[in-house]
Design a binder for this molecule. Structure first.
Ligand code: NAD
Length: 456
């Protein structure tokens, strides 16, 4: 189907008001969940073909979150879609006031490749739950997962309601020529800017889920073994190709040796490369990204790891030490299994350094001192994060997920996502039987006195 035909179908479908019926939405979400369950085998196979992501990681970091989010909507959608009464105040007596949630209309969702199911389907599910129609454009870099999503969705939903359009930047550019009622984008900062300016031409609201360099502070009082275990899991999950992975570690200098030792020990325990590439370790998405990551590894600074294989697009977990902010690896988001460790002497200076950089998507603080934790959480602005953990804040649908500043605009997950894809229509509803002359001309000092008395 051509893009202009899909757009025409979607406009027609939304105008029919079919999606405004909450029971219709519930039925569609149940159907989607069922389809995903029935096709799990295909989903696992496709993602393995794209970048060797294991079934375990795919379930834990993609499908389970998707099922969880669908369940959240199925549970709450009726309540969230209801009009909500709010107090009116004396000025409008005897009116009542209420807010009606309504869908925005035709929405465009542009996904990234690194969690190809979750980052495409989770916003799609949210948009459908709020009563919109969806055109989904997954990333062309994960071609098999894009193909399998198109197959499952396009064979089972009308194009006017939910449709996958596959393709690269040229296809996205064509889509962006049309007016959508909402664009939800996940990807890099440079592409985010392109999306934002294309949306501005149509005054289309956007949510931009972008990236950045997310620090992890390791400070006195932390349990070093558990700290290292949690960081190693969060960093090397998906071979570091996670937008909220700890990008680098800032450690107090006295803790550096024990941290490095614990990081290496934990990595060794969970990723063993003695017999070749283990099947629980993901590949780098393509040769271009592989080459770029290789340029970021300063061989002289490798403390642990450094095994690589170009043919397999494989980079083993690699820990770098004695890194400074001037190093190449600190100049861009790494988005791969390279973990630089930077030691500092003065926490305030380290915080100031982070503050001088673009606001990150995430920040993690490992410490036993609540006062220090509070100080860092207050001093730094970032999308979201965790205390004494990494990445797992993403899994709580009650925590809005999104960036701030360069790391993004807007948020989703759970009720926040429902809000992101809804308009809240405010209504003042008045009977005819009471109409005082207070606001009407002729304006008199008595009327003004009375208004002031009411308002102040
Ligand atoms: P990307 O910006 O290259 O691609 C994202 C999407 O934009 C793809 O669908 C792609 O086809 C499309 N696209 C690419 N170039 C385009 C152009 N010129 N015009 C129109 N569309 C274009 O990003 P990526 O490589 O897929 O993802 C990596 C980045 O995404 C990292 O920076 C990462 O931090 C970020 N990310 C953020 C989140 C989040 O939730 N905040 C999640 C995952 C990834």
């Amino acid at each position: 189907m051509k893009i202009n035909e899909i757009i025409a179908e979607q406009q027609k479908y939304f105008s029919s008001n079919a999606t405004k019926d909450v029971s219709f939405r519930i039925k569609q979400l149940k159907k989607l969940k069922q389809l995903l369950k029935e096709n799990e085998g295909l989903l696992y196979k496709a993602i393995y073909q794209d970048f060797a992501k294991s079934e375990f990681e795919t379930y834990v970091s993609e499908l389970s979150l998707l099922y969880g989010e669908i369940n959240t909507f199925l549970k709450h959608i009726k309540k969230w879609s209801k009009r909500k009464r709010v107090p009116t105040g004396l000025v409008n007596f005897p009116a009542k006031s209420y807010i009606i949630p309504e869908p925005l209309g035709m929405t465009l969702i542009i996904g990234a490749w690194n969690y190809p199911y979750q980052l495409s389907l989770l916003p799609a599910v949210t948009s459908l739950a709020a009563g919109n129609t969806v055109i989904l454009k997954p990333s062309e870099l994960s071609a098999e997962t894009s193909r399998v999503m198109a197959e499952i969705i396009n064979n089972n939903f009308p194009a006017g309601y939910f449709h996958v359009v596959e393709g690269d930047a040229a296809v996205t550019t064509e889509l962006l020529g049309y007016r959508f009622d909402k664009i939800f984008f996940t990807g890099s900062i440079p592409t985010g800017k392109i999306i934002y300016s294309a949306a501005a031409k149509h005054l289309t609201p956007v949510t931009l889920e972008l990236g950045g360099k997310s620090p992890a502070f390791v400070l006195p009082g932390c349990d070093m073994k558990t700290t290292a275990k949690r960081i190693v899991w969060a960093k090397f999950l998906n071979a570091g190709q996670t937008c909220i992975a700890p990008d680098y570690i800032l450690v107090e200098r006295s803790l550096e040796p024990s941290l490095l030792e614990a990081l290496a020990g934990e990595t060794e325990k969970h990723y063993n490369f003695e017999n070749g590439l283990p099947d629980n370790y993901t590949k780098i998405i393509n040769a271009k990204r592989f080459d770029r990551l290789m340029e970021l590894i300063d061989k002289e600074k490798i403390y642990y790891g450094g095994q690589t294989g170009k043919a397999d697009r494989f980079i083993g977990p690699t820990i770098l030490k004695d890194v400074s902010f001037d190093d190449e690896v600190m100049k861009e988001e790494i988005f791969g299994p390279i973990l630089p460790v930077l030691a500092f002497d003065d926490l305030d200076m380290a915080v100031r350094q982070v503050k001088s950089m673009p606001k990150p998507l995430a920040c993690y603080v490992y410490s036993g001192n609540r006062k220090t934790i509070g100080k860092i959480l207050q001093a730094l602005s970032f999308g979201g994060g965790a205390v004494n953990d990494s990445v797992m804040h993403f899994s709580n649908p009650r925590l809005p997920f999104g960036g701030v500043g360069h790391s993004g605009i807007g948020a989703y997950h759970g009720k926040t996502g429902f809000d992101t894809f809804s308009h809240y229509k405010s209504i003042l509803d008045k009977p005819f039987w009471f109409e005082p002359n207070l606001k009407y001309a002729p304006y008199t000092p008595q009327k003004l006195r009375l208004i002031k008395w009411l308002m102040e």
